[in-house]
Design a protein around this ligand. Sequence first.
Ligand code: PLP
Length: 453
Amino acid sequence: MDDYKILLSEAELPQEWYNIMPDLPRPFPPYLHPGTGQPLGPQDLAPIFPMGLIEQEVSQERFIPIPDEVQRIYRLWRPTPLHRARRLEEALKTPARIYYKNESVSPPGSHKPNTAVAQAYYNKVEGVRRLATETGAGQWGCALAFACNLIGLECTVYMVKVSYFQKPYRRSLMHIWGAEVFPSPTDKTNAGRGILASDPGTSGSLGMAISEAVEDAATHDDTKYSLGSVLNHVMLHQTVVGLETKKQLALAGEEPDILIGCVGGGSNFAGFSFPFVPDKLKGKDIKIIGVEPTACPTLTRGLYTYDFGDTAQLTPLIMMYTLGHSFVPPGIHAGGLRYHGDSPLVCMLVHEKIIEARAYPQNPVFEAAHLFAKTEGIIPAPETAHAIKGAVDEAVRCRETNDPKCIVFNFSGHGHFDLSAYDAYLEGKLEDLEYPPEVLARALAALPKVPGA
Ligand SMILES: Cc1ncc(COP(=O)(O)O)c(C=O)c1O
């Protein structure tokens, strides 16, 4: 077979999401109430999430049907192509076969609408009028604005201040799809006002923007909160990516040896790789690698413990690898990877050594992205570029060992609104930022004491 793309028909779109919960090696550590240290019940989450999503958050059903209306919207761009990166293989002179799943073909340009559409749908059927959310680089805000527009909900986006000014065109997309967008921290919420009072010049962070969006939802009856990553229901919705990839690899007559994704909060990586985890648990030799930036090395240098999901300590406590909820990561261009924690499902699998993690600095990541753009043509998002760097390194290793492995990575989004980052790279102005040990120590010292834990 010498195909460049492996395509599925719309009739082959998965009709169920895969839920990894019943296949975990040990029980999922529950979310805890920050005050009592007791496991949260569904009612504790009801002020900010609709019941349909709360049920999915704790469901033990292995497969959950994708509602018809969600499938109809998915079909605007799904199933997405699986590409064979033949030109990249040639450039690397590798015997490996490299494939990438192209999630950049969605209208907002990334994997994020896979969950945005589902979340907007479950909120709409429960009578919610408006969704509030945060966004880092703007991909998630665009995806939710797009989904709310199609489903018929209003949308408020708290955008991390540094990205609001660095990425004005993502803001434009959100406006076109009808959302209101504020640079966070704002003076519209108690959380935002508190942060501005103690640090007026702050560049913002995802942790801060989450605090603002959660407060907005909790203080308005007709409004719920929507999170673009980290939580179990988000990982669930993203499994449409891995389920399609499995079918496409089977069509190509391939079995994956190595699966790679970038990790911010974990959703594209989880959605892509989780459907393969049962195969690995049954003994298949598959290496599953999550790639993160050295500037925000949650999985590779964080502590596996309970922590808040946000700066203002409004969220439940989550068992995860964390750099500390007070940590403000340096302003690297992969804004979507600047989060102090990670999906508790991804973290558990890393802790259990089923998944491995790796961290890279910006310059080698952009070098790999540049090579990809010159060989395969598509300009990757800086977040996606981390997965590409992981794949390139594995392909080079295959060249050195003359091992024709099958490497598959998730191409989570395009970089058409990240061109200033490429300019900075080409002009040699990108800094390779490490996470200083003293900052790590300070943030970890501020971890919450969990009663009874
Ligand atoms: C293109 C792209 N890839 C990856 C990520 C990281 O998020 P996650 O780890 O949830 O996939 C983001 C987040 O904004 C993104 O925009």
